[in-house]
Write a protein that binds this ligand. Structure first.
Ligand code: ADP
Ligand code: MG
Length: 331
């Protein structure tokens, strides 16, 4: 199988591991998606990388792929597409005076245009971080627009796949309840895959067990630690600063002290903890992980329980560094 080339810690690497997810993508390619598939998971767990790999797999199966990421740092990375879509892209661009500020609309138009131009095409739309970029209210509209394209296409198509990646905690409550979308959760990397990424980093570096213990397998945290020359404080301070951790810590200090030890205390004291759970989910600090049934997950679910990594049966810290950020705010 072709492995996508992706950027990691300032170098180009081959997409590693995630074999189960790769198999799932192969199955999707056979069937197409009848609804919009949303991939929700911790920030930095590897959703964008997976979409890059999805592109490679799907092109291999004869799909034409449009990828958009409104939050990409460079304009060139906001829109990527398979070359047979060039004409459709050109036409769609004509409709918008400032296409890059409306890139999600542009992508939807590209797909419509491609349906009209190509004979029974296989099309895939990969939307990265659109919820964060345009807000969940409008995201719902866009997902519906995508579904319309599936259900009422302007011309006949062979198969269509729509994948939307999101790390916004509100995703599940906002779009999870609709019939037009299914949500699957993606977790951080498993130990082996993580090790393969770790090995690509030049030394000096801490032993792999320590990198694992700190990041819980989150590749972006690994990258962050590497960039900070393995100074954990730099990474943790970044998390504390970002998301209202201090306010949560002040309001909930009694409970949070225990949740830092074991996230399942959120469940023990439910429903009193409900507003705290919501705050932690929305701040992208924890994820609800009740159900480990494989079909609810992209790739493999986290272990049943690993208290050292902050993973409980019901709730999990996104990474040990997120938990550490809260611990520091409590002090
Ligand atoms: N399976 C993988 N193989 C190689 N690099 C990966 C893999 N998963 C993630 N990465 C790298 O780790 C970093 C964080 O992953 P990313 O896909 O950006 O996370 P997310 O989109 O979930 O926030 C990126 O540099 C990405 O290229
Ligand atoms: Mg991403």
């Amino acid at each position: 199988m072709k492995r996508a080339r992706i950027k990691f810690a300032g170098r180009e690497v081959e997409f590693v591991d995630r074999d189960v997810a790769v198999g799932q993508l192969g199955e999707l390619a056979e069937r197409g998606t009848w609804v919009v598939h949303i991939i929700y998971g911790p920030e930095g767990c590897g959703k964008t990388a997976l979409l890059m790999q999805a592109r490679a797999i799907l092109e291999d199966r004869g799909y034409h792929v449009v990828y958009v990421n409104p939050l990409a740092r460079e304009v060139g990375e906001m829109l990527q597409y398979s070359s047979p879509l060039k004409r459709a892209v050109k036409e769609a661009f004509k409709l918008f005076p400032e296409p890059y500020s409306r890139i999600v609309d542009v992508a939807i138009n590209i797909v419509g245009e491609a349906m009209r131009r190509l004979r029974r095409p296989r099309l895939a739309v990969l939307m990265d971080d659109i919820f964060q970029a345009i807000g969940t209210d409008r995201a719902e509209q866009y997902v519906k627009a995508l579904l319309n394209l599936i259900e009422w296409p302007p011309a006949d198509y062979d198969k269509i796949i729509v994948l939307v990646a999101s790390s916004e905690g509100v995703t599940r409550e906002r779009v999870g309840r609709h019939r037009w979308a299914t949500i699957r959760i993606m977790w951080n990397m498993a130990r082996d895959g993580f090790q393969q990424l770790y090995e690509q980093l030049p030394g000096p570096k801490p032993p792999p067990e320590e990198a694992w213990r700190l990041t819980g397998g989150n590749p972006e945290m690994l990258e962050g630690l590497f960039r900070a020359e393995w100074n954990m404080d730099v990474v943790v301070d970044g998390i504390v600063g970002e998301r209202g951790v201090a306010a949560l810590a002040k309001r909930w200090s009694n409970v949070l002290w225990r949740v830092v030890e074991d996230p399942d205390h959120l469940w023990d004291w439910y429903p009193d903890t409900e507003p705290l759970i919501r705050g932690l989910v929305q701040a992208n600090l924890i994820v609800e992980v009740w159900d480990r049934k494989p079909h609810l997950w992209v790739d493999v679910p986290p272990p049943e329980r690993d208290v050292e990594l902050g993973i409980g049966r019901y709730y999990a810290w996104q990474t040990p560094l997120h938990r550490e950020a809260v611990r520091r705010a409590l002090r």
